[in-house]
Design a protein around this ligand. Structure first.
Ligand code: ADP
Length: 763
């Protein structure tokens, strides 16, 4: 225990200010150093409550500590708090309070305190700068790793943790090598060594992260004065990516360029190989490229002056003209049109004429398109030229041909129609329409059939005609009749040809024969009249000759011999005249008959007959007339060959055949007559050993007035060439057929058939 003086001496010389406090904080004593600390004199302080001088923020805390201390006699506590200085500023003080209330010598709480404001402020400054530093470190955006000189982590910032994926706690147990991948391990000790020696190391490497991935990083490491190593780590994956991207772009750009080069090579190879001429011009219309085909098209010499191709020059010598021959203005030439943005293709291509370097005229077809850059600006044009000179000529020829055909169709000369073989009409010219008396629409309508134009009796013939066209591709001109709408008939000459075998389309051409027929009819009528008129005097001449002969026969027996001689001569002459008149009569008869045939006034008197009888009688008559000749008759085993016939007319046919055979065959050769039955018809033929007939003659002998104009074919009596025509008409009116088989020098066989009668017949 201190004596009062010693205690006083102690506290009065203490650097600390000392106060004695009652349990409620009232100051009962203040040491002299109080003024130094508080600015108040001891006297000023004594009697005041110490708590009233405390900072409101510290009051609660200090009072609490103080109260606690009151229960603990002899104990001490140290508290800090702000105290208002006499000059009005706040001062930090540190106070040690000792509870000596129970000490009878003191009986107070002893408070030793001193000013710690400076220390506090220093602390504050440190805390502040540390905070700033920390904020800097945390917000730097770079990872900061601090290691000891061996490489153990001692500090790391948040970014550092995020970069490697480890927590701070985990990192602080790790070594720098844990973040270095396999390939960097070997170099690590040397690197640490260099850092310890004071070097600064900058490097790029891949940091091994917690998840095993390797993060591209750039690091700067150096030795800190604190004896640590600082490693600053930046994530450079974006930069690496960017670099990789750039490299990739570079590669793809190179590939694109190579591709473009290849395309260009392909294009030029294509142009070189093309048979069409190609030019490529720049935006001014000047030619930048021509392919070989173009140069040969316009006959440009190999070593030609390049200036020939300049727009103005080439425009000069090419002498461009349109298809009508009018000069084409410069702004209308293909390259200029293309440069204005026009596309020349298919329907919009351009045909024009031009002159080659050799002065030849060419017809060209030009197509082309502008060349645009990426922004769509026209920077040039391509034009392709095709030589269509040949095609043009052909087209002109075709047009000419078509015109010829059209003018024929449109002329008022003949009828033309296109129809199929089923009878549908697809095209018919006006003349034909007019002839038929229908309207064009009626004829072209689907419901109209060609066969309506053909009279009933000719329908079979029409079918035959169709078959002929199909098999031979053509119908030779043949006569026929068409029915007009009003039912009248018009005679025509028709010919046709198959246009399209697949679709069975035929082109028919017809001529109106009305005029000719009328003329012929007039001729026939005239002939008929003439022969009729001739026959009458002939009959009387014949009668008169007969009468004269009869009178010579009946002459008196007592005539003088000279008169007898004279009469004999007259009789001879009369008989010759008689024969001539007979021939004349027969000719006139034939003429009459043929005109009757033509005028359809030829009538048959049909009866059931036995053809055997007719043939036998006719042969007998002829044999009688030509006794010196040998006529062989071959009959069928049946004695009855029934026919419905005009016996006289059938006899006339056979007589004609036989007379011709006897007339045109050598007298020493036999003539044979055959009657056969085959199927449903009977066939009568007359065979001779004469000159025979050519194929053409065989056809023509059936025409009226036709006579073979060759030696050996002229009969002694000078016929008219009507016999066979009449025979044909007679047989056909019996529904039979006629024909001849022959070859020159091989004789002839003239035949006719008649249908067999089916009903009963008398022998
Ligand atoms: P025509 O005998 O009165 O001249 P036809 O009509 O009977 O008239 O005969 C026509 C022509 O056919 C004859 O002129 C003759 O040249 C030729 N002809 C007819 N029959 C024969 C035959 N059997 N052999 C050779 N020619 C014949």
């Amino acid at each position: 225990m201190y004596s009062d003086q010693r205690f006083r001496a102690l506290i009065e010389h203490s650097s600390d200010a000392i106060s004695l406090l009652t349990p409620d904080g009232t100051v009962t004593y203040a040491s002299p150093s109080t003024r130094r600390v508080t600015g108040y004199s001891a006297e000023e302080l004594v009697g005041r409550n110490g708590f009233t001088l405390l900072h409101p923020e510290d009051l609660e805390h200090v009072r609490q500590q103080f109260t606690t201390l009151l229960d603990q006699p002899g104990h001490s506590i140290t508290v800090e708090g702000r105290f208002r200085h006499a000059d009005g500023t706040w001062r930090w003080v540190e106070a040690t309070l000792t509870n000596l209330l129970d000490d009878p010598a003191v009986g107070a709480v002893v408070c030793n305190y001193h000013d710690i404001t400076e220390r506090k402020q220093g602390q504050e400054r440190r805390r502040y700068s540390e905070e700033r530093y920390r904020a800097l470190v945390e917000q730097a955006g770079v990872g900061m790793f601090v290691t000891d000189l061996q490489g153990h982590f001692v500090e790391v910032n948040e970014v550092g943790c995020q970069l490697c994926g480890y927590s701070r706690e985990a990192l602080l147990t790790m070594h720098i090598r844990d973040l270095v991948p396999e390939e960097g391990q070997a170099g690590l000790p040397a690197a640490l060594e260099r850092l310890r020696a004071g070097g600064v190391k900058q490097s790029q490497w891949r940091m091994k992260c917690k998840d095993g991935s390797l993060l591209p990083v750039g690091t700067t490491a150096n030795h800190l004065s604190t004896g640590h190593l600082l490693v600053i780590v930046r994530d450079i994956s974006d930069r690496i990516h960017a670099e990789e991207e750039r490299a990739r772009l570079l590669v793809s750009e190179q590939a694109a360029r190579a591709e473009a080069d290849a395309r260009a090579a392909e294009l030029s190879a294509t142009f070189e190989a093309m048979t069409e001429g190609v030019i490529v011009c720049d935006r001014a219309g000047e030619i930048r490229y021509t392919n070989p085909a173009y140069r040969s098209l316009v006959a440009l010499e190999k070593d030609a002056d390049p200036s020939l191709l300049l727009l103005d020059n080439r425009f000069e010598w090419l002498a461009l003209r349109d298809m009508e021959g009018r000069p084409i203005p410069k702004e209308q030439i293909a390259s200029q049109r293309v440069l204005r943005g026009e596309r020349l293709s298919n329907t919009n291509s351009m045909d024009f004429m031009c002159r080659t370097r050799k002065g030849e005229d060419l017809t060209l077809n030009a197509s082309g398109a502008p060349i645009r850059d990426a922004t769509g600006q026209i920077v040039g044009g391509v034009v392709v030229f095709r030589d269509v000179t040949g095609r043009y000529r052909l087209e002109q020829q075709l047009r000419f041909n078509e015109r010829k055909l059209r003018s024929l169709a449109e002329s008022n000369i003949l009828g033309m129609a296109v129809a199929d073989l089923d009878g549908r009409i697809y095209d018919i010219n006006d003349w034909f329409v007019h002839l038929l008396g229908y309207s064009k629409d009626e004829l072209l309508s689907e419901s109209f059939n060609w066969s309506q134009l053909v009279p009933q009796s000719n329908q079979e013939a029409l079918e035959r005609v169709m078959k002929t066209i199909l098999s031979t591709g053509a119908l030779l001109p043949s006569e026929g009749e068409y029915l007009r709408k009003d039912g009248s008939r018009v005679p025509v000459l028709a010919a046709g040809t198959l246009l399209d075998r697949e679709r069975h389309l035929m082109l028919g051409v017809i001529l109106d024969m009305s005029e000719q027929k009328a003329a012929e009819r007039r001729k026939q009528e005239f002939l008929s009249m003439v022969s009729h008129e001739l026959r009458t005097p002939l009959t009387s001449i014949l009668g008169l000759i007969e009468l004269a002969l009869m009178q010579i026969d009946l002459r008196p027996r007592s005539l003088p011999p000279e008169a007898e001689v004279l009469l004999g001569q007259i009789e001879k002459l009369l008989k010759r005249a008689d024969r001539q008149v007979e021939i004349e009569t027969r000719l006139v008869e034939e003429l009459l008959e043929v005109t009757r045939l033509e005028l359809h006034t030829f009538e048959l008197s049909l009866h059931p007959e036995n053809l055997v009888t007719i043939v036998q009688e006719t042969v007998a008559n002829q044999q009688q007339a030509a006794r010196t000749r040998h006529i062989e008759l071959v009959l069928p085993p049946d004695e009855l060959v029934p026919v419905i016939a005009d016996a006289g007319r059938v006899g006339q046919v056979l007589t004609n055949y036989l007379a011709n055979a006897l007339k045109y065959a050598p007298v020493d050769q036999p003539v044979s007559v055959h009657l056969e039955v085959a199927g449903s018809s009977a066939r009568v033929s007359v065979r001779d050993q004469g000159m025979g007939l050519t194929a053409e003659q065989q056809q023509r002998v059936w025409e009226r007035f036709y006579q073979v104009a060759a030696p050996g074919h002229q009969g002694p009596d000078g016929g008219l060439g009507l016999g066979l025509a009449i025979a044909k008409a007679i047989v056909e009116q019996h529904q039979g057929q006629v024909g001849v088989e022959s070859a020159p020098g091989q004789g002839s066989t003239f035949w006719f058939t008649l249908p067999l009668a089916t009903g009963p017949i008398q022998a």
